[in-house]
Design a protein around this ligand. Structure first.
Ligand SMILES: Nc1ncnc2c1ncn2[C@@H]1O[C@H](COP(=O)(O)OP(=O)(O)OP(=O)(O)O)[C@@H](O)[C@H]1O
Length: 525
């Protein structure tokens, strides 16, 4: 008799003591987690902390150096980049996503035929096939996929080649398929990066109603708040442990700040106690050397020669105690926006009548004054990135004119960070690494690693650093929060609010839009 398939609520994911490193560098050390049906775990932490690596291990795409992962139920993954073959199409991804549903339907047909033939055990087989098809809502799989593709504004034409799609479009195709698949365990890496407001609402609703397990890596504070039942913080606490916090991001932020304050307080207290003890020991030692000289031949002489030994024992014991003390709280990377100049002209940048066929429709003219601010908004495909590329002079418009003020420096942070030679390190990409270090965007250890080995967020940090080092008078920021850690998003928001440079931001990030809601807006349609 065939086993009756497990219903979705038996979905379960368990990782025990997972460790993983690359090129002798430990990235994750002894991470354990458990997630059962109905639990939605957000994974957060600084860029390069190992969030994508953890998802890769949970998915079984990466082998751990130690530890194990147990999965109950089917798993669907949307990684930051979708690997694809040259001839893969939207249809290929859809077929893979609906394969289980199609198999379930064909089993229903096969077992129904067996039932009609009165084959032994056919009734059990038919019941199992029906249960599996119902669990997968298999009859509805194609329609669900179409709905998801439409809601996420992903290309629905089955014959479109993936190679011809943008990174964002490919991600949306993959995400739509993952959401339509009805897998038990969903593993999503930065799912909001390429979504507009409609897409984010759709994603949020699907995740909230998912009956299995969700593990998602995200910098999107609103998504973490609205979707997650717990957050796993990969930045270790005072005990060196990685722990999960119940609730969404707002609760976590408060708990994390309180924990950091306690850690700093404890460290200060233990350091003061330690210093006091050491002072006392040093003073006792000094007294011993300078003032206590018993006459030779006296019994006291033996005690005198033993005394320094005792002092050494005390000093050793003190060193041991120091080893057991709470470690110094790590100094987090702190990004401070550099002092950018306001620009040489009253109007630094202007555009009128600018269009690009198929990418950017007519829209109101725009003029960016010195110290000016502008938020560009619009659904996916309305041409925000195209407009920014045109404004930066990287793309020629088909109609209209773009005016750059004389001597005005314009810098663009594009959505994706591409580096021509991935073997070069950040330090080799600049003439002088010191200003790069001073920005506080990359730790020293990453300044000398090849760019191709850095994590996605670390590469985006580098792009941001290179942009700022050019001291632009106008900052054009295309989805600036994508791939960045939440801490840096907060710091960057503050920096662009106060900088003397003019700033144009295109973003779907709901929290950032709220933070910048006093800025003028240009809505593309
Ligand atoms: N294949 C690889 N070879 C060498 N180093 C790697 C490899 N994959 C990841 N790393 C390193 O492992 C660390 C963790 O990378 P990972 O992408 O998991 O981090 P992350 O927390 O997801 O980062 P981000 O927030 O920037 O996306 C980084 O220092 C990265 O450079």
């Amino acid at each position: 008799m065939r086993a009756v398939p497990q219903p979705t609520h038996h979905a379960h994911l368990r990782a025990e003591d997972l460790s993983k490193g690359f090129e002798e560098r430990p990235v994750l050390s002894r991470i354990s987690l458990t997630a059962s049906a109905g639990q939605r775990l957000g994974v957060i932490g600084e860029n390069g902390r190992g969030k994508s690596t953890l998802l890769g291990l949970l998915a079984g795409d990466l082998e751990p150096d130690a530890g194990s992962v147990t999965r109950h139920g089917s798993v669907a993954v949307a990684a930051q980049e979708l690997p694809f073959a040259d001839d893969d199409t939207v249809g290929t991804v859809l077929d893979r996503a609906t394969a289980a549903a199609r198999a379930a339907l064909s089993e229903v047909d096969g077992s129904a035929a067996a039932l009609a033939e009165a084959e032994p055990g056919a009734d059990d087989r038919y019941a199992a096939a029906l249960a599996e098809a119902e669990r997968l809502e298999a009859w509805d799989a194609e329609r669900r996929a179409d709905l998801a593709l439409a809601a996420l504004d992903a290309p629905a034409d089955r014959s479109r080649r993936l190679a011809e799609l943008s990174v964002g479009q490919r991600y949306r195709v993959r995400l739509a398929c993952v959401l339509a698949e009805r897998a038990d365990v969903l593993l999503l890496d930065e799912p909001t990066n390429h979504l507009d407001a409609t897409g984010m609402d759709y994603l949020t609703a699907r995740l909230r109603e998912h009956r299995g397990v969700v593990v998602l890596v995200s910098h999107d504070r609103v998504l973490l708040d609205e979707v997650c039942t717990a957050l796993l913080d990969l930045d270790p606490n005072a005990e060196g442990e990685v722990v999960a916090h119940g609730g969404g991001y707002s609760a976590f932020k408060a708990a994390k700040a309180a924990e950091r304050a306690r850690w700093e307080q404890r460290y200060a207290l233990e350091s003061a106690r330690d210093a006091e003890l050491r002072e006392k020991v040093a003073a006792a030692e000094a007294r011993l050397i300078t003032s206590w000289r018993p006459p030779k031949g006296a019994g006291k002489h033996k005690r005198a020669t033993r005394a320094p030994g005792r002092m050494r024992t005390v000093a050793r014991r003190l060193d041991e105690l120091t080893g057991q003390r709470v470690p110094k709280p790590p100094e987090p990377l702190r990004f401070t926006g550099p002092d950018l100049a306001a620009g040489p002209d009253e109007v630094l940048l202007g555009a009128s009548g600018v269009t690009v066929p198929g990418r950017l429709r007519p829209h109101p003219d725009l003029a960016v004054a010195a110290c000016g601010r502008l938020v560009v908004s619009g659904a996916n495909g309305t041409g925000k990135s195209t407009l920014l590329a045109v404004l930066a002079g990287r793309l020629a418009p088909a109609t209209g004119v773009v005016r750059h003020g004389a001597g005005t420096r314009i810098g663009l942070l594009a959505q994706e960070s591409d580096f021509a030679d991935p073997s070069l390190s950040p330090a080799r990409l600049v003439r002088d690494p010191e200003p790069l270090r001073a920005l506080g965007l990359l730790p020293d250890v990453d300044l000398t690693r090849p760019v191709g080995r850095l994590s996605t967020g670390q590469r985006r940090r580098l792009s941001l650093a290179l942009l700022l080092l050019g001291s632009p008078h106008v900052l054009l920021l295309d989805e600036p929060t994508n791939h960045l850690s939440i801490t840096l998003v907060d710091e960057l928001t503050e920096a662009i609010r106060v900088t003397s440079a003019a700033v144009v931001v295109a973003t779907h990030d709901r929290r950032l839009r709220r933070d910048l809601d006093s800025w003028p807006r240009l809505d593309l349609i």
